[in-house]
Design a protein around this ligand. Structure first.
Ligand code: NAD
Length: 307
């Protein structure tokens, strides 16, 4: 059965390596990398992510700056904070926690359902646009790698982006640390969201069409679909390396929370066929924040020309 790719362990190693480098940098040039996180609104899950990012920074010696803005903040207000961090030399990474409060289409459905069109017009006029917000982050400090210019550079040959988005970067790091060669291999990425699937596909230069048929020819499979247990044992070429990005809750009356988390890959079946596989939880998940720290360190080194 497949070798388990232990993301929890790798993330711990990465964080330890980062802590060592942060200390070296501090000792050599007196500079500590800084990460600014902007949270708009009060979504519980976003608050948890922000808290975890902050804790992870503290643990490796990266200084974190946090701004919490109310749900009804205007686009200008959010951009004002971003601009402040863009020009603040102690900040090397800026991230705006997504999703931002309701955008146009969500307001549209809400208003249509409740027949509130005049209200909709008011909300749309005052509300923010994700693209304008992401565009406002300086590409040199865009540690999430979500600025269209960074994504564009990722897509162009010979033009390195300043940052690779954290979750796909974490997937690559797992393959790398487990000795899975990418060069010359056939890789399939299932899913093409902006934050996971699309950048992952740009890195491995592949496309997904008939997932079942094509996946069965792949040496490397990256699943970022958001559908529990979609990828089955009979989709997989024996010996393939499987990176499961999915985090999907499924009902489980036996669990104290009433649900448990499973990936996009049916672990029970696929682990019998694959050569290596990431579990959920404990695979890609812990790598995302580790890569955020890595991007922040990289940024501070680049800005201060520290090798
Ligand atoms: P998303 O919903 O934005 O994107 C899913 C993508 O899969 C879309 O491109 C969609 O077209 C495609 N898709 C949906 N059903 C499909 C099917 N049956 N066959 C082929 N393609 C299909 O989701 P996302 O943000 O990319 O997240 C995907 C999963 O990864 C979710 O379970 C999410 O919770 C998880 N996730 C994990 C991390 C992490 O750190 N481990 C980070 C982000 C997302």
């Amino acid at each position: 059965s497949a070798k388990v790719i232990d993301g929890k362990l790798v993330a711990k190693q990465v964080r330890e390596e980062i802590a060592v480098e942060v200390t070296k940098m501090k000792d050599a040039i007196g500079i500590v990398p800084g990460l600014a996180v902007i949270l708009v609104g009060s979504r519980k899950d976003s608050q948890t992510y922000v808290r975890n990012k902050k804790k992870a920074c503290e643990a490796v010696g990266i200084k974190s700056y946090e701004v919490n803005l109310p749900e009804d903040s205007s686009e200008e207000e959010v951009i004002k904070h971003i601009s402040g961090f863009n020009s603040d030399p102690s900040v090397h990474g800026i991230l705006v926690q997504l999703p931002l409060p309701r955008g146009f289409f969500e307001w549209y459905s809400f208003a249509r359902e409740h027949q509130l069109f005049p209200f909709l017009v008011l909300e749309v006029l005052k509300h923010m646009n994700d693209e304008n917000i992401l565009n406002a982050v300086s590409i040199e400090k865009d540690v999430d790698g979500f600025h269209p210019l960074n994504i564009g550079r990722l897509a162009m040959q010979g033009r390195d982006p300043f940052f690779v988005p954290c979750t796909p970067k974490g997937c690559m790091e797992l393959l790398h640390r487990y000795g899975v060669e990418i060069k010359g291999k056939r890789a399939v990425v299932i899913g093409r969201s902006n934050i996971v699937g699309m950048p992952a596909a740009l890195i491995v230069h592949s496309q997904t069409k008939n997932p079942e048929e094509i996946t069965s020819q792949a040496d490397i499979v990256i699943a970022a679909v958001g559908v529990a247990n979609l990828v089955r044992g009979n989709w997989i070429k024996p010996g393939a390396a499987i990176i499961d990005v999915g985090i999907n809750p499924v009902d489980d009356p036996e669990s104290p929370r009433g649900y448990r988390l499973v990936g996009d890959v049916c672990y029970e079946e696929v682990s019998k066929v694959a050569g290596a596989i990431t579990p959920v939880p404990g695979g890609v998940g812990p790598m995302t924040i580790a890569m955020l720290l890595s991007n922040t360190l990289e940024s501070a080194k680049r800005i201060h020309k520290f090798k």
